[in-house]
Ligand binder design. Structure first.
Ligand SMILES: [Cu+2]
Length: 488
């Protein structure tokens, strides 16, 4: 396929996705359809022949470290680059790479020193999303890195095995910087993960999938538009990338694959499943393994959530696709060639790990957190974010219950908190979803629903280096749907 054909086909898809992006407002939808080349959605048939799938899925390199005095020293360069996604070089950012970052892989109890160099001409930061580190090591706006400067936090890895990620958290600029590529995967191992009989060969049968939606123009440019509309609705793309590759393929080496899925989109909640609707198993939530593997046919993953799955591809036809489901149909986003898959030595374990469930009686404080968008302004508990204000003061080593809700507007908001992981106690008084029974640091709050979460605050964050809690629709975060808390 020529470049022009590829772009034309993307635009065909784009118009359909663009016209029916998750959007409840009829007026906005009508306007979008007007702007979308008037393609009759009913006539679009999503068949495989309009797809390409001839690029190999890129597996981010695992970042190397230098061991000095028992400390693992990593060096990350945040840099400008360019990348050809769909036929044209476009400007990007990357971390030791031309787009996105290399994978940071460590083990629980490791001592690490992370040198982060800012080679951009703008201020940036590097936040360790999901990691239990003290406020001063968290990488939020209070640990900004000026152009040509470095930031060098060091600490012990406290998290247990799981899939985490790092990304820019430069206030007001987070959305655009992450969109352009300042984001990468983190994998933590521990004795439990190393002893489980599950696929564990990185890039072979244990495969990272960083899924994102991006907006490409007819000319093939990847654009980020900052407008009142994107601030309110979030920036939506018209094209899916996996690990920065458009329509990638993988050749399955074995019949049992493990995928570590990270939704690194700015704003889109993604529904995923396989083209033949085969069953697969969720084995981990944001912060590590679940107790038991959970059989599913599709999954919903909000921005910043991580879900690990295992899928047995035995009996698949030679071409199997990972699909993203939209409200008008579906888009195949990755092809899995199963023709050379050998029999795996692993199996899907029924039991994974014992979770230390927090007893609600342990909680000494309850807080209500209300995410709102009203008349063009974004807030939490009626306050727009202010970096000089501490919104909540939490006692060190305490356990708290937070009631998370959104009382205005039709949108779901993925709530994220720094410096800890939580467990979902209930949704509107009902038990949590099966898919969220484990440690989490992002939870989707649906309109008019109270999500009760419980968490322990075991790490310090003084008032100069407070933690954040916010909506992980990055445009909402930048727009003020964020608060700060100290732990002391
Ligand atoms: Cu939001």
């Amino acid at each position: 396929m020529t470049r022009r054909e590829i772009i034309k086909k993307i635009m065909l898809l784009s118009s359909s996705m663009f016209a029916l992006m998750a959007c409840e407002d009829k007026n906005i939808r009508a306007k979008k359809e007007k702007n979308s080349n008037s393609i009759n959605l009913k006539k679009i048939k999503l068949t495989n022949d309009i797809y390409n799938f001839n690029q190999k899925l890129l597996i981010p390199d695992i970042e190397k470290y230098e061991l000095k005095n028992n400390i693992k020293h990593f060096n990350f360069k945040i840099q400008k680059a360019s990348k050809n996604f769909i036929g044209k070089d476009v400007p990007t950012y990357g971390v030791n790479a031309d787009y996105l970052g290399t994978t940071l892989r460590v083990k629980t109890k490791d001592l690490v020193s992370l040198n982060v160099e800012n080679n951009l001409d703008i201020l940036t930061t590097c936040h360790w999303h999901g990691w239990h580190v003290e406020g001063q090591n968290d990488g939020s706006m209070h640990q900004s890195i000026a152009p040509s400067k470095s930031w060098n936090p060091s600490f012990e890895i406290k998290n247990h095995a799981g899939t985490y990620f790092y990304h820019s958290h430069a206030h007001g600029k987070t959305a655009e910087q992450v969109y352009k590529g300042i984001s990468g995967m983190i994998i933590v191992d521990d004795d439990i993960s190393e002893n489980l009989d599950i696929p564990n060969e990185y890039g072979v049968d244990d495969i990272p999938l960083i899924v994102q939606d991006k907006f490409f123009t007819q000319e093939g440019d990847m654009v980020y538009t900052k407008s009142n509309r994107t601030t309110m609705m979030g920036h939506m793309g018209n094209t899916y990338l996996v690990n920065g590759v458009y329509q990638p393929k993988i050749e399955a080496s074995t019949n049992l694959l493990r995928f570590r899925i990270l939704n690194a989109s700015n704003a889109r909640t993604i529904f995923l499943g396989f083209s033949d609707k085969r069953e697969f198993y969720q084995i981990a939530t944001d912060g590590g393994f679940m107790e038991k593997s959970l059989a599913l046919n599709s999954l919903k993953i909000a921005p910043a959530e991580r879900i690990e799955i295992m899928v047995d591809i035995s009996n698949a036809k030679n071409e199997l696709f990972l699909n993203a489901y939209e409200n008008y149909g579906f888009v195949p986003i990755m092809k899995i060639d199963t023709s050379n898959a050998k029999k795996s030595n692993h199996k899907v374990p029924s039991f994974l790990t014992k979770i230390d469930w927090i007893n609600p009686k342990e909680a000494t404080t309850t807080r209500d957190i209300n995410l709102a968008m009203r008349h063009g302004s974004l807030s939490i508990n009626n306050k727009k974010f202010l970096g000089s204000r501490i919104d909540e003061e939490v006692k060190l080593n305490s356990t708290e219950i937070w009631n998370l809700k959104t009382t205005s507007g039709p949108m779901d908001h993925p709530f994220h908190i720094h410096g800890t992981s939580f467990q979902v106690l209930s949704r509107d008084g009902n038990p949590p979803l099966d898919t969220e029974r484990g440690w989490k640091d992002v939870v989707l709050i649906r309109p008019k629903e109270v999500v009760k979460v419980i968490m322990r605050f075991n790490y310090k964050a003084d008032k100069n280096n407070p933690y954040m809690y916010h909506c992980h629709i990055l445009e909402h975060e930048d727009g003020g749907m964020m608060g700060q808390f100290s732990v002391s």
